[in-house]
Structure formats: structure tokens, C-alpha cells
Write a protein that binds this ligand. Structure first.
Ligand code: PLP
Length: 377
């Protein structure tokens, strides 16, 4: 059975060019870049090429790019660095719709005696800049807010957030895991202190990512060991995956906006059709600027988890938005945060298209929605 994959915010297929680029580093060039002999040491150059490619994609200087094991580590490492920046500051600000990679670290900090402010979002998923301003106190070490929400695609105004943080002298970490590769991201322009990205969200394999650090000299690393990554992240470098990340970044730089406008049109027309077929259906975050590929739809009276299971039997992959949290049956904390309604949170479903998603695939999904409504009465 051919799979219809409409869950690209969860992960993306590894691009064929990326697999090709990795293979020599699995088969022949398996040395250790830290070795003194040439068989290993020549791979240092390979790492620097990949660093340049990643830096190009996000408008950063290569020296600001630290390779990590993915988005979760990047988020944790940024928050760790914020937590160790000034011993007199033990207050952090985030939002209640962040990814669990950020929220879990915040809970850890609370366990260590920190105060964490979880900013609320409105019904459309947006933050109030006044709330952010008001939450900052002289004890605030930093702010961690995402660029694009993984469940709704809603974009936060990161430039404005960065400007507020700079003005008030607090560090700003931006979780850009869902933004990189889908919209233009320019690190130098937004002027965040830290930015997280993850390779498997844009065509590289799982388990590789980067943390972009504005001021590497004052960075306190979380993973300590050897002096790899200029002393910013210990551990023998994952050369094949770093090559993969660089290659995927280069491809994303070239293709950046072109194919996404087609995807946005496809997503928009699909949303219109769903709303015609399902009276009362609403797009969560519809009124806001969103990622081009993400659609989060509230289908009143339809149990999202049951629908996801039904679609799975038809080899259609979508998500009810709960998979990343502790329990698969927890209704989405994002939709709960936006609406305050458990019912809406458990009756909302996320689809996330890829660059190559076709119209017949999303049409098929709509037919499957209708089939589910028939069988579930
Ligand atoms: N942050 C966001 C917004 C995400 O969507 C994800 C993954 O879904 C992560 C962080 C974690 O990234 P990774 O899967 O690379 O650990």
C-alpha cells in the first residue's frame, strides 16, 4: 500500500542527494576529525564546509554554528547557557505553547529553584508583546520563544521579541526548528542570542542539528568532554550526519521560497474544502501568519485520536498534535492553550505538507475524513 505522508512537521524523508553525500563518510572516510594523521584530520575541512552551508541557510557567520544531536539538544543547550550566564538571575520567560524540548527544561529549572513565566497566547495562537514586556524583571536571565509553532504553524514576531529582549538586556533563545527550511530565517537580522534548528525537519536524517550562538566566547556548553566544536560541544563529531545537514541546508537555500508558495496554495484550498464539507470546522490559528505547509483543523464532534487511527489503517499519516508530549492520549497543549477547551484540543487534527505533496493526496485525505464521519456515525 502506498503511504500518503502528511506529517512533515514530525519528520521529513531524507533527500536522495543527502544520502549520496553521506555515503562516502560511512564507507571510506570514517576517520576521526580530531586525529593528528591526515586520514582523520582532513575531515576537519569537511566539517567546515558543512558549517558554511548551514550558516548560509540561516544568514549566520560559520563561527556561530555549533553542531548538536538535533532540536532537543539545541533547545536544552541554549537554556543551559542562559541558566549559567549570570548567577544573580534566576527567572526565565517562555510561552505555554512551546515544544516539550523547551517546556521540559523549564520544569527542570523550576525544580532547581528557578521562576519560570509561561506567557499565554490568544485564541489565534499569538503572544502579547505587552505581556512579554511586563514579565521581564531585573531577575530575568532570558526569554525562550519559538519562531513557528509545530502544531499550528503560527509564527511569533521574533524580530520584535528580539528587539524587546535586547532593549531590556536579556538573552533570547529562538526555537526555529520548524521555521528553518520552510521560511526565510536570517539570524543576523533578527539578532537572537541563540537559535535552534534540526536537520530531520528539512531533508537530513534524524539526530543532527545545530545551535546558533551569537556570542560563542561567553557560551557555557552543556555537553562537555573533548574540545570538539571549538570547545562548545564535546564528543566525536557525527561526520556523516553533519555532511547530511550541510547538504540539506544547501538544497534548502537554493529551493527556499519557490516550492512553498505552491504548497501554501494547496493547503489553503484544502482548508476551504474541509470547511465546506464539515460544517463548524475551523482552522486553528487561521487569522495569523503561518508556515506555508501546516494546517490544524478543529472538526467538532470528531475524536482526533480515533481519526488518526482510522487514517493509519488507510496508510495516511497525520497527527493529532499530541505525539511529542508525555502521553499519546494527552490532548494538544497548544490547542488547549489557545482555546482553553479540552474538547477543541481533542477534536483538532494537524496535517503538514511536504514540498512534493500533491493535490490528489490531500483530496484523498478529505475523502478519508468523510469516510470516517460515515463509520463513526
Ligand atoms: N522544537 C520544535 C518546535 C519541534 O517541532 C521539535 C520536533 O518536533 C523539536 C524542537 C525537537 O527536535 P528534534 O526532534 O530534532 O529533537
Amino acid at each position: 500500500m502506498t503511504v500518503i505522508y502528511l506529517d512533515h512537521n514530525a519528520t521529513t524523508p531524507v533527500l536522495p542527494e543527502v544520502v549520496e553525500a553521506m555515503l562516502p563518510y560511512l564507507r571510506e572516510e570514517w576517520g576521526n576529525p580530531s586525529s593528528t594523521y591526515r586520514f582523520g584530520a582532513k575531515l576537519k575541512k569537511t566539517l567546515e564546509i558543512a558549517r558554511d552551508q548551514v550558516a548560509d541557510l540561516i544568514g549566520a557567520h560559520p563561527m556561530n554554528v555549533v553542531f548538536t544531536s538535533g532540536g532537543t539538544e539545541s533547545d536544552n543547550a541554549a537554556l543551559h547557557a542562559i541558566a549559567h550566564a549570570d548567577p544573580n538571575k534566576r527567572h526565565l520567560i517562555t510561552s505555554n505553547v512551546e515544544h516539550s524540548a523547551v517546556l521540559s527544561y523549564c520544569r527542570y529549572l523550576e525544580g532547581m529553584g528557578w521562576r519560570v513565566t509561561y506567557l499565554a497566547v490568544d485564541r489565534e495562537g499569538l503572544l502579547s508583546m505587552t505581556d512579554l514586556e511586563n514579565a521581564i524583571t531585573p531577575e530575568t536571565a532570558g526569554v525562550s520563544l519559538m519562531w513557528a509553532n509545530n502544531e499550528t504553524g503560527v509564527l511569533f514576531p521574533v524580530e520584535e521579541i528580539a528587539a524587546i529582549c535586547q532593549g531590556r538586556g536579556v538573552l533570547f533563545h529562538c526555537d526555529a526548528v520548524q521555521a528553518v527550511g520552510k521560511i526565510l530565517v536570517n539570524f543576523s537580522e533578527i539578532r537572537a542570542s541563540f537559535l535552534s534548528l534540526s536537520g530531520h525537519k528539512f531533508g537530513a536524517p534524524k539526530g543532527i542539528g545545530a545551535l546558533v550562538v551569537a556570542d560563542p566566547d561567553s557560551f557555557v556548553p552543556m555537553v562537555v568532554g573533548g574540545k570538539q566544536e571549538n570547545g562548545h560541544r564535546g564528543g566525536t563529531e557525527n561526520v556523516p550526519s553533519i555532511v547530511a545537514l550541510g547538504t540539506a541546508a544547501e538544497i534548502a537555500t537554493v529551493r527556499n521560497t519557490t516550492s512553498w508558495s505552491r504548497v501554501a496554495k494547496l493547503r489553503d484550498s484544502w482548508e476551504t474544502k474541509v470547511q465546506e464539507c464539515f460544517p463548524g470546522a475551523e482552522v486553528n490559528g487561521a487569522g495569523r501568519e503561518r508556515l506555508p505547509n501546516t494546517s490544524n483543523i478543529y472538526l467538532p464532534g470528531i475524536d482526533a485520536d480515533a481519526l488518526v487511527t482510522f487514517l493509519d489503517q488507510k496508510a495516511i499519516c497525520v497527527s493529532s498534535g499530541s505525539a511529542c508530549l508525555e502521553s499519546a492520549i494527552t490532548p494538544s497543549h497548544v490547542i488547549l492553550g489557545m482555546s482553553g477547551s479540552h474538547e477543541r484540543a481533542s477534536e483538532s487534527i494537524r496535517i503538514s505538507l511536504g514540498r512534493d505533496t500533491r493535490a490528489d493526496e490531500v483530496d484523498h485525505l478529505l475523502l478519508a475524513f468523510e469516510a470516517f464521519r460515515e463509520v463513526s456515525g
